[in-house]
Write a protein that binds this ligand. Structure first.
Ligand code: ADP
Ligand code: MG
Length: 622
C-alpha cells in the first residue's frame, strides 16, 4: 500500500505558454473538421454556393468517388476577379453585412467559411467570370496565382486530393463507391428542392445522372421514382407561422431503411429530431414494426423564426416555436394519411343511383367519410353502421371503462334492418361493395365495382374500435390501476424534475410517478389497460418524451397507444361466424372510418382484387 504514496504520480510539467491567436491556416483546418467530413460535404457546400449565385444549370464532376476530385460548374452570377482571393478568406461572404441581415436572410448559408475550410485541407482552384468581365480568371488557392482562362459566365470550383494534408482524416474515408454514393445523395437532396435548376452528375468522365429542369411534381418523380409518388399522399397545409408541402408515403410503402426521408426548411435540407419525431408520431399507429416511412417535407417559415446557422454544416436548425412546428408537422402528415386508399384511387367510380338516403343527401364524389368536409355528411351513415356492429363487440368489451358505460349491446333484428339489404344490381353504390361470404373464419369477401374485396375482419374491426375509442374518449383520462408494490427505478435528476413538473399530464395517462429519493423514482399506478406490462419502461419512455416534446402531443400519442391496446382486445376475434348483415355493417363502418387501410399495428385491413386480375387468373380475353 505504502509504495503508492512513496511514488506519487508526476504532476504534468509546468509548461505554460503565452496566449496567442491561432494561425489562420490552423483555424481553417479546425473549422474544416466540422464542415468537411467527406467528399459529399464538399459537394453540398459547392452546390449551396452555386444555387445562391442563381445558377440554372449545374454540373457535378467527380473522380475517385470525389476523393480525387470534385468539380462543380455553374452558370450563376460569377465572382469579380478582384474578389476571388476574398472568397477563400475565412468569414468572408457576400451574403450578409450586418446582424440585422443575419436574421432575415434566406440563402443556403452564409457562415463564410466553407471555401476557406475546404482550401485548408485540399487543393482548390476557382475559375469565375461575371457578365461584365471580358474573360474568366482562375485563382489557385495554394499559390495565390491568378491567370486568365476561357470560360462562360459562372463559376467552376475544383477541389482535388481531399485531406492530402491531414492523412489521419483521409483514413476515415470509405471506399470510392461508398463516397460516390454519398456525393450522389448530396446532389439528390439539392435536386429535389430546386426543380427549376438542371443538374448533371459525372463520375470518371461518364454521365451518371441527369435531372432536367422540370416542375416540382416531375422532379419528384425523376429523383424518387414514380413508385414513391404513386404510393404517397399529398401534404399541403398552412398553420400559423408555417407552411408545409410535400408528400408522405403510405404505411404500406414504408421501407426497411430510413433512406427516403427528406425534410427541407426554407429550401435547405435538414436533419431535425423534432421534425422527425413529429412525422413518426403521425405514423405511430399505422406503421408496422420498425418500418421507416418515406416522405418529403418542404417547410417554409419566416426566416426570423428559425436559426439556420447553429450548426457548421447547417444541417440542424433551431426553431423559435419548436412545439408549434412539431404539432404542425404531425398534423400535416396525419391529415394526409387519414385519406383511405380507395377514395384516392383513380378507378373508383362515383356512386351512381345509390339506394341510400344518407348518401343521396351528400353530393360528394367520394363516398368515404375521411375528407374533412365529408365528415359531417357521412356521420349519419357511420352511426347506422355502428349501432348494428356494436352487437359484434358488445360482449368483448369490458362493461365499464373508467366509469363510463360501454356501448349497450343492440340486438340485431334482421327484419327491421333494411339498410344493408342492397339491391342486387348496385354493388358499386358502396366503395367496399356488398358482402358475399366469410372464409377461414377471418376473411370477409365482398363484391364491389372493381371486383373482389377481401377484408381481414379482426384487423378492420380493430381500427374501427380504435378510432371510435379515440373520438369517444376525448379529453377524459385513462383509467388508472394502483400497483400493489410500487416499481422503483434509478432516475436521473432530469427525469425526476420532469416527473415533478408533469404530475397532471402523467395522471391523464393513468400513470403516477413520485420521487423516492434524490436518485430514484417510483411508479405507483399504471394504465389499467396495460396491466402486466413493463411499467418502468413505460414510465421512462413517457418521461423522456415529456422532457423533449410538447406535452399535448406526447399525451395524445401515449393515450393512443393505450387505446390501441384496448381496441385490440375489443375487436372481433377470428373464428366468429358473422351473418351477411353483420358483414355488410362491418364494410359500411370501414368506409366511415379514418385510417381504415391499416389496423393499429400497421397491417393492411383489406385488399382489392380487380376484375382484370380475376380475368387474368382464368386467361379470359386473351
Ligand atoms: P458563404 O457561402 O457562407 O458566403 P463560402 O466560403 O461558401 O461562404 O463562399 C464565400 C463567398 O464566395 C460567397 O459569399 C460568394 O460571394 C462567393 N462564391 C462562392 N461560390 C460561388 C459561386 N459558385 N458563384 C458565385 N459566388 C460564389
Ligand atoms: Mg457557402
Amino acid at each position: 500500500m505504502q509504495a503508492v504514496f512513496l511514488n506519487p504520480p508526476e504532476p504534468p510539467a509546468p509548461c505554460r505558454r503565452p496566449i496567442r491567436e491561432l494561425p489562420d491556416a490552423l483555424v481553417s483546418q479546425i473549422a474544416a473538421g466540422e464542415v468537411v467530413e467527406r467528399p459529399a460535404s464538399v459537394v453540398r457546400e459547392l452546390l449551396d454556393n452555386a444555387l445562391d449565385a442563381g445558377a440554372h444549370e449545374i454540373a457535378i464532376k467527380l473522380m475517385g468517388g470525389g476523393i480525387r476530385s470534385v468539380v462543380v460548374e455553374d452558370d450563376g452570377a460569377g465572382i469579380p476577379a478582384d474578389e476571388l482571393p476574398l472568397a477563400l478568406r475565412r468569414h468572408a461572404t457576400s451574403k450578409i453585412a450586418s446582424l440585422a441581415e443575419l436574421e432575415g436572410v434566406v440563402t443556403m448559408g452564409f457562415r463564410g467559411e466553407a471555401l476557406a475550410a475546404i482550401a485548408s485541407i485540399a487543393e482548390v482552384q476557382i475559375a469565375s467570370r461575371t457578365a461584365e468581365a471580358a474573360h474568366a480568371k482562375r485563382l489557385d488557392a495554394h499559390s495565390g496565382e491568378l491567370v486568365p482562362v476561357a470560360r462562360g459566365v459562372g463559376t467552376s470550383v475544383e477541389v482535388r486530393e481531399l485531406f492530402f494534408a491531414t492523412p489521419a482524416r483521409r483514413k476515415f474515408l470509405k471506399s470510392e463507391p461508398t463516397e460516390f454514393a454519398h456525393c450522389l445523395e448530396a446532389a439528390r437532396r439539392h435536386a429535389l428542392a430546386r426543380p427549376e435548376v438542371g443538374f448533371t452528375v459525372w463520375h470518371e468522365g461518364k454521365l451518371v445522372q441527369q435531372w432536367r429542369r422540370a416542375s416540382a411534381a416531375q422532379r419528384m418523380v425523376d429523383v424518387l421514382g414514380a413508385d414513391f409518388v404513386d404510393q404517397s399522399r399529398e401534404i399541403a397545409i398552412q398553420s400559423g407561422v408555417l407552411r408545409i408541402r410535400g408528400r408522405s408515403g403510405t404505411p404500406e410503402a414504408a421501407r426497411a431503411r430510413a433512406d427516403q426521408q427528406y425534410v427541407y426548411v426554407n429550401g435547405r435540407f435538414v436533419r431535425d429530431k423534432l421534425i422527425a419525431h413529429g412525422v413518426r408520431s403521425a405514423y405511430a399507429d399505422v406503421l408496422h414494426g420498425g418500418r421507416q416511412p418515406a416522405y418529403v417535407l418542404f417547410i417554409e417559415i419566416a426566416p426570423d423564426r428559425v436559426d439556420v446557422n447553429v450548426h457548421p454544416t447547417k444541417i440542424e436548425v433551431r426553431f423559435r416555436e419548436s412545439r408549434e412546428v412539431h404539432q404542425a408537422v404531425r398534423r400535416a402528415v396525419e391529415t394526409a394519411l387519414a385519406f383511405p386508399r380507395a377514395s384516392t384511387a383513380d378507378e373508383t367510380a362515383p356512386p351512381a343511383g345509390t339506394a341510400d338516403a344518407a348518401s343521396n343527401a351528400a353530393p360528394h364524389a367520394s363516398p368515404f367519410a375521411t375528407h374533412p368536409s365529408g365528415r359531417h355528411d357521412t356521420a349519419q351513415q357511420a352511426s347506422l353502421g355502428l349501432q348494428q356492429l356494436s352487437v359484434l363487440y358488445a360482449q368483448e368489451l369490458p362493461a365499464r371503462w373508467n366509469g363510463r358505460d360501454a356501448p349497450a349491446p343492440t340486438v340485431l333484428d334482421t327484419a327491421t334492418a333494411p339498410v344493408y339489404a342492397l339491391p342486387l344490381a348496385a354493388p358499386d353504390a358502396w366503395p367496399l361493395g356488398r358482402a358475399i361470404a366469410q372464409i377461414a373464419g377471418i376473411f370477409v369477401l365482398a363484391e364491389n365495382a372493381q371486383g373482389l374485396v377481401i377484408v381481414d375482419m379482426h384487423a378492420a374491426h380493430e381500427r374501427i374500435v380504435y378510432e371510435r375509442l379515440k373520438a369517444g374518449f376525448g379529453d377524459a383520462s385513462i383509467e388508472s390501476q394502483p400497483l400493489l408494490i410500487p416499481a422503483s427505478f434509478k432516475a436521473t435528476p432530469h427525469e425526476i424534475a420532469t416527473a415533478e413538473a408533469h404530475v397532471d399530464n402523467l395522471r391523464a395517462l393513468g400513470i403516477e410517478v413520485t420521487p423516492l429519493s434524490a436518485t430514484a423514482l417510483a411508479v405507483r399506478s399504471q394504465p389499467a389497460a396495460l396491466a402486466g406490462g413493463d411499467v418502468v419502461e413505460l414510465a421512462r419512455s413517457v418521461l423522456a418524451e415529456l422532457a423533449q416534446f410538447d406535452a399535448t402531443s406526447v399525451i395524445q400519442r401515449a393515450r393512443d397507444q393505450i387505446l390501441s391496446t384496448m381496441a385490440c382486445h375489443g375487436a372481433v376475434r377470428a373464428n366468429r361466424q358473422l351473418t351477411l348483415t353483420e358483414m355488410n355493417a362491418l364494410l359500411r363502418d370501414m368506409e366511415a372510418t379514418d385510417r381504415i387501410d391499416q389496423c393499429n399495428h400497421g397491417r393492411p385491413t383489406w385488399r382489392q382484387i380487380t376484375r382484370k386480375e380475376l380475368d387474368g387468373l382464368f386467361w379470359r380475353g386473351r
